[in-house]
Unconditional design. Structure first.
Length: 495
C-alpha cells in the first residue's frame, strides 16, 4: 500500500506539534493509511496549512486555524477550561455539508479545520464547562449534545469517515480495511456484573419502584425466592444462538449495604466464593471474556486498583486485559488521570469513557482510539473502546433518550456501519428476567437479530476487537514516518 504524503505547514509552529500529531494519527490509521513526510510547496496528497495558496500541488488541502490551537495552548497552560471561558463550537450538521468543500484547480479544499475539530471532540474539551453530579457524570441538559441527540452521530469518527471518502474521491486506492473477515463494522456485547445475588428483602421494593403496582407479583416472587438475578445461563444461551461470545466485567472488591448507604456503591458479592469460581470456568469454556469492573473508588488508588486486577486474575485463572469502571466512575476532576492508571496497570483496553445517562459516544468516536494524555502531551498505550449504549438509558432515562428502543438501536447500528466503527453495548447481568425487567433482554435480542441480519458486522469479544485494532494500528505505524519526525521537519523540533 502506498503511503500518503502529508505536508504540515511550518507556520503552525512547535507549540501544537504533539496535539496535531496525535490527531493525524487518529485520522490516518482510522482510514487505514500509512504516511510519509511532505512539504506544502511540493506535490503531496494532503496539505494542512492556513494558506491553501501555498499548497497548489496538493490533492486535498485542509485549512488550518492556528488561532484555535493557540487558544487551546493558553488553556492548557492556565489549566484546562480556565482560559476566559473559551468554548469552541463543533456543530452537528456542518461536517456533512459539502459547501465547506470546494474544488479549486483540481484540489479539494476543506474550509474548516477538521483536525482541530477532531482534537476538540476526542479530548473532551467542552466537558470542563458542563455541570456534573456527585458521581462525576456530565449533565448535558440544555446543550445541543442532548437537544439534537448529537452524541448518536459520532462527530469525530464521522469526520474521519468523510475524510476517508474524500481521499478516495481523489483517486487514491482504499486504505487497509478497519475490520477482519471483510466486515464493515464491529459489535460486542458486554455485561457489568453488578447484582448477581438478590438481597431478597430489598429487591422487591426496587421492583415496585420500577413498575408500580404491576410489579407486585414479580416482587413477591423475589421475596419468596422464585425469581432471582443469577442469569448467566440465560445470557449464554442467547449468545450461543447468535454465535457471539460476550465479556462479563466482575467487581473484585466486595462492598456492603452499609458502604452503599454511606456513598460507596460497590457490589456485594465475593468472587472468591466457590460458586463464582465455577462460574468463571463455565464462562471461559463458553468462549466468553472475563474483565474487571473496577470498584467505585479504584481510580483514587493505583494500589487498590492493582489488587483488584490481581485478585480477579487469580480467581478466574486467566489474564484480565479489559476494564470498565463501576458507575463509569473515573476521576471526576481529571478523567485522563484515570486513563493513565490503566496504562500503568497494563490493560490492553478500557471501556469506561462514556455518559451514564445518554445514548451515544461521549467523545464523538465509534472508532477505537488511543487517548491523548494532555498533561504529558503523549498518546496512552491503553486502547479506549467507546461504549455506545447502556441498557438503563432506554428504560430508566427515557426523557433524555427519546424514541422507540428498537428504532433507536437500529439507527445507532446503522450509524456505526456508515462510519465503519464499533458498536459496544453494555447490558447488566441481572436484567434477563422479563417479569422483573420487561423488555430489557428482548431489546438486546432484537438488536442482535438486526446485526446478524445485516451481515456486515464482525461480532466478537472486546478483547478480540482490541487485539485486532492494536495490531492493525501498529502495522500502519511501522509502515509510516512517525509524526514526531514530521513535526521535527515541519516545526523545527530538535533544530
Amino acid at each position: 500500500m502506498r503511503p500518503l504524503t502529508i505536508a504540515i505547514d511550518p507556520s503552525l509552529g512547535n507549540p501544537f506539534a504533539p496535539e496535531i500529531s496525535w490527531t493525524w494519527r487518529y485520522l490516518l490509521t482510522g482510514a487505514g493509511y500509512p504516511w510519509r513526510i511532505g512539504f506544502c510547496h511540493e506535490p503531496c496528497d494532503i496539505a494542512y496549512t492556513p494558506d491553501p495558496q501555498c499548497a497548489r500541488h496538493a490533492r486535498i488541502v485542509i485549512r488550518a486555524m492556528p488561532h484555535y490551537w493557540k487558544r487551546r495552548t493558553l488553556m492548557r497552560l492556565a489549566g484546562a477550561g480556565s482560559a476566559d471561558g473559551f468554548v469552541y463550537p463543533v456543530y452537528a450538521g456542518e461536517h456533512g455539508n459539502d459547501r465547506l468543500i470546494t474544488n479549486e484547480s483540481g484540489r479539494l479544499i476543506i474550509h474548516r479545520d477538521i483536525v482541530f475539530d477532531v482534537f476538540w471532540l476526542l479530548t473532551g474539551q467542552e466537558e470542563t464547562h458542563f455541570p456534573k453530579n456527585r458521581h462525576g457524570h456530565v449533565d448535558l441538559t440544555g446543550t445541543p449534545y442532548l437537544e439534537d441527540q448529537t452524541l448518536r452521530k459520532g462527530l469525530a469518527s464521522g469526520i474521519g469517515a468523510r475524510f476517508e471518502r474524500l481521499i478516495g474521491e481523489t483517486g487514491i486506492p482504499p486504505g487497509e480495511p478497519r475490520w477482519t473477515h471483510g466486515k464493515r463494522a464491529a459489535a460486542a456485547l458486554s455485561h457489568d456484573v453488578d447484582y448477581p445475588e438478590v438481597v431478597r428483602w430489598l429487591e422487591p421494593l426496587r421492583v415496585v419502584m420500577r413498575q408500580g403496582v404491576r410489579g407486585l407479583p414479580a416482587a413477591l416472587d423475589v421475596l419468596t425466592g422464585k425469581r432471582h438475578h443469577w442469569q448467566f445461563d440465560s445470557w449464554l444461551a442467547l449468545e450461543r444462538a447468535f454465535d457471539t461470545p460476550s465479556v462479563f466485567y466482575f467487581v473484585a472488591r466486595q462492598g456492603s449495604l452499609r458502604e452503599y448507604a454511606l456513598g460507596t456503591p460497590d457490589s456485594f458479592y465475593d468472587i472468591r466464593a466457590p460458586h463464582f469460581r465455577r462460574l468463571f470456568r463455565t464462562l471461559i469454556d463458553a468462549g466468553c471474556e472475563i474483565g474487571l469492573h473496577s470498584s467505585y473508588h479504584a481510580y483514587a488508588s493505583i494500589e487498590q486498583f492493582a489488587r483488584e486486577k490481581r485478585l480477579l486474575e487469580e480467581v478466574a485463572s486467566v489474564p484480565v486485559v479489559g476494564n470498565r469502571h463501576h458507575y463509569w466512575h473515573l476521576d471526576p476532576a481529571n478523567p485522563e488521570a484515570t486513563l493513565a492508571i490503566h496504562e500503568q496497570l497494563g490493560f490492553a483496553y478500557d471501556a469506561s469513557l462514556t455518559h451514564d445517562r445518554y445514548i451515544g459516544w461521549r467523545r464523538g468516536s465509534c472508532w477505537p482510539y488511543f487517548p491523548l494524555l494532555q498533561a504529558e502531551r503523549r498518546e496512552l498505550r491503553t486502547l479506549q473502546l467507546p461504549t455506545g449504549w447502556m441498557d438503563s438509558q432506554l428504560f430508566l432515562q427515557r426523557a433524555a433518550n427519546p424514541g422507540s428502543p428498537n428504532e433507536v438501536l437500529r439507527a445507532l447500528a446503522d450509524q456505526t456501519a456508515a462510519q465503519g466503527g464499533l458498536l459496544l453495548v453494555n447490558v447488566h447481568d441481572y436484567v434477563f428476567d422479563e417479569a422483573l425487567f420487561p423488555g430489557w433482554s428482548a431489546t438486546v435480542r432484537h438488536l442482535w437479530e438486526y446485526l446478524v441480519a445485516r451481515g456486515d458486522f464482525w461480532m466478537a469479544t472486546p478483547a478480540a476487537i482490541a487485539a485486532h485494532w492494536r495490531h492493525r494500528y501498529q502495522r500502519l505505524l511501522a509502515a509510516s514516518v512517525d509524526f514526531t519526525n514530521i513535526c521535527g521537519a515541519a516545526f523545527g523540533i530538535g533544530s
